[in-house]
Design a protein around this ligand. Structure first.
Ligand SMILES: Nc1ncnc2c1ncn2[C@@H]1O[C@H](COP(=O)(O)OP(=O)(O)OP(=O)(O)O)[C@@H](O)[C@H]1O
Ligand SMILES: [Mg+2]
Length: 461
């Protein structure tokens, strides 16, 4: 840490206000302490001086105005901001007259709070340090928008840093919901293309011919419905980054065209002749195991080698359980804030269940579970957390999944149970399991990879 952490002391008899203000300021990297009344605040200041005091006016015992008087006399360098309710603007006026540096009207909006505290600190010349500090606070829990500090995630961050500012193609793979799109964003925003566009194409969402015109564009009249010229995503991404999401779902024909574009650096709109040379950096993401896809004849080997110059593998959440508490904390705060309530605490037993669960939908599923929990919570603690039971026993088909899961999470969970059962009963022989399930071997393989199932663990469980 460089330089001292700015200290803010909050004085309010209302616990909800104290907590909301504390959460918002802690996130900004401040060192925040609390008092419930003026006398307590004076003791705290005697113990340890602070930079800014944020105080309520009407409190049991001495009022905020009296506290202001004491601070002005004994600690003249401390900035004082008073917080008053809508109905008592005259309190704010009185406070300013009595020497307050600023005031803020309750309910305290987060943005206003941050601005006012920053302004108070600026007058104290503390802001330069704050910028540095924020960076460090963020990096303590993760990287860019990614949360996680386990070795597996640290390795991902290192890879992002290494590759971001090069022009190398990047292939990001990992099971669903593990943050592949966030990783692509981190790469883009750390590259010198950060001010250019980041354009995403979901290769799974469109039928073959539409995907082609989406990627390369088309000329007016090139096919029925092409009523005007359309610039493709390659063109749109020029000067920036193009994310080819779910690249494993691309048809073989489109793969040929993509490969040609990559090799020549040139694209032509469908039905057009003009040769365009968009300046694009490509990132591809997939939850398939592309090597398996190549073996199964569904993915071109030459394209695979072309894409796989620099690979980033994201592990499933259950392989980095130490990140779960951080993620839970992050999402609890985020959704508490979004729902305008003070940050909920997480009971130890709830946290343990969250850590033990196997998260077939990974971080995305965790995020939904917490969002729902926060919304359903009644008191100060996180309630409403519903998790499917751990897979157990035979005949999973008859089991009913608990209500309250998203459809996607429920389907993934169900699929996971079915696959695990099949693998167990064939002692891990995948060819047999695939036959039992009535799917191809490579289809089974795709599903195993997508869900991050470890066949070894399943069999020797
Ligand atoms: N490490 C992480 N820290 C914080 N949020 C995360 C992390 N990983 C994923 N998320 C969140 O989980 C959700 C899913 O992430 P994302 O869309 O990047 O996953 P994905 O790997 O692309 O999934 P899919 O394969 O299904 O497309 C997003 O809301 C994202 O913000
Ligand atoms: Mg994605």
């Amino acid at each position: 840490m460089s330089g001292p952490v700015p200290r803010v002391h909050i004085v309010d008899d209302d616990r909800a206000v104290r907590n909301a203000v504390r959460v918002n300021l802690s996130k900004q990297g401040y060192d925040v302490t609390l008092s419930t009344n003026a006398d307590q605040a004076i003791h705290a200041l005697e113990d340890r001086p602070v930079d800014v005091v944020l105080t309520d006016v009407a409190m049991p015992g001495r009022s905020g105005l009296e506290l202001l008087g004491v601070i002005r006399e004994r600690w003249p360098e401390v900035r004082v901001v008073v917080m008053t309710g809508y109905g008592s603007v005259q309190d704010a006026v009185a406070a300013m007259k009595a020497g307050a540096d600023d005031y803020i009207i309750k309910p305290v909006s987060k943005d206003e709070l941050v601005v006012i505290v920053e302004r108070a600190l600026k007058e104290k010349g503390l802001l330069a340090e704050l910028a540095q500090l924020r960076r460090e606070v963020r990096e303590k829990f993760g990287f860019e928008n990614l949360i996680g500090t386990t070795p597996a995630m640290m390795e991902v961050y290192e890879l992002i840093k290494t590759v971001a500012d090069t022009s190398a193609l990047v292939l990001v793979h990992g099971p669903t919901g593990t943050g592949k799109e966030l990783i692509a964003q981190a790469i883009h925003y750390r590259s010198r293309r950060q001010n250019g566009p980041l354009v995403r194409v979901n290769c799974a969402a469109l039928p073959e011919n539409l995907l082609e015109s989406e990627l390369f564009g088309h000329e007016k009249g090139s096919f029925t419905g092409a009523v005007r010229q359309h610039r493709g995503k390659f063109e749109q991404a020029s000067g920036g980054t193009l994310l080819l999401d779910e690249v494993g779902e691309m048809s073989l024909t489109t793969q040929v065209k993509l490969l040609r574009a990559l090799e020549s650096g040139e694209v032509t709109r469908v039905g057009g002749t003009e040769i365009l040379k968009p300046d694009v950096r490509l990132i591809a993401a997939t939850n398939r195991d592309l090597r398996e896809e190549v073996k199964a004849g569904r993915f071109r080997e030459d394209l695979y080698y072309r894409l796989n110059v620099f690979a980033i593998q994201v592990p499933p959440l259950r392989d980095r359980r130490d990140d779960i508490p951080l993620l839970v904390d992050h999402f609890v705060r985020r959704f508490s804030e979004e729902n305008l309530r003070p940050a909920l605490s997480v009971p130890a037993a709830t946290m343990q269940r969250l850590i033990d669960y196997h998260w077939p939908g990974n971080v995305r599923e965790l995020k939904h579970v917490i969002e729902r929990g926060v919304i359903l919570s009644k008191g100060d603690a996180l309630g409403g957390v519903k998790l499917p039971e751990a897979p157990q026993g035979r005949e999973p088909q008859r089991e009913v999944l608990p209500a309250g899961m998203t459809l996607q999470a429920a389907l993934l969970e169900y699929e996971r149970r079915v696959l695990i059962e099949a693998l167990k009963s064939t002692k891990g022989v995948q060819a047999q399991a695939a036959r039992d399930l009535g799917i191809s071997r490579s289809n089974l393989n795709y599903r195993i990879n997508r869900l991050g199932i470890s066949v070894k663990d399943v069999v020797y469980e």
